[in-house]
Write a protein that binds this ligand. Sequence first.
Ligand code: MD9
Length: 227
Amino acid sequence: MNELETLKDKFAKTSDKNKIALIDEIVEKGEENYQFLRDFLLSNPEEVSPLKGKIYQVLKHSNHPENETFLNQHFPQGIVQLSSEKNIDYSELQELLIAKKYQEADSLTRVKLCELAGETAIRRKWVYFTEVEKFPETDLLTIDTLWQTYSEGKFGYQIQRQLWLSLGKDYTQLWTKLKWKSGNKWTKYPQEFIWDLSAPIGHLPLSNQLRGVRVMDALLSHPAWQK
Ligand code: MD9
């Protein structure tokens, strides 16, 4: 086996997490390997994953005409299906996350939650926990899948929920884990938050704690995540 075949063999046998780490290496072995990544994106069309999200981002930013044609033909907006029960358009959120513009995506996510809650929340510019409880599962799952898919599985509400459950629903410990708090000092918005994948797991999207924990609690307790 040559070097590349060895690499592809390793790729086939390992976990998704390790596959993600191999993608940049595969690309470095030569442009002909884009075909391998394009084929992977077409496999199991009903399945999206952080691995496919990473491959999408690599192809999208490759400046390679063949990749551009391929993506335009098969996935013009991205690989996540943007289902909404409230007719909300998540395409800009998908664009920002594909481009790893995590700070803008974070801010747009709060705007989308207000849209989900309705007119009064849009004018107020933040949501009540009672509104969050009524969010449709479909829309929360769309938002969360977008974050997860385009962050190598690092970001999103379900990741935050897993951490929170593993800490026995203790918010004090969660704030430290997410690096939303250091010691007894809250992280300052926006300058002290980390806006790239070097952030701790679950760091984004942010939920402002100025008015207490109940919005975050409603998000993490939402029935959308029970399945
Ligand atoms: C995580 C304790 C994302 C005074 C931007 C909110 C937005 O809607 C400015 C006034 C205001 O009403 C914003 C985000 C966060 N904060 C703010 C995130 C965040 C996280 C933990 C905390 N915050 C905790 C916290 C505590 C007090 C405050 N915060 C105060 C505070 C004030 C403002 C913000 N925070 C904004 Mg924070 O938006 O664009």
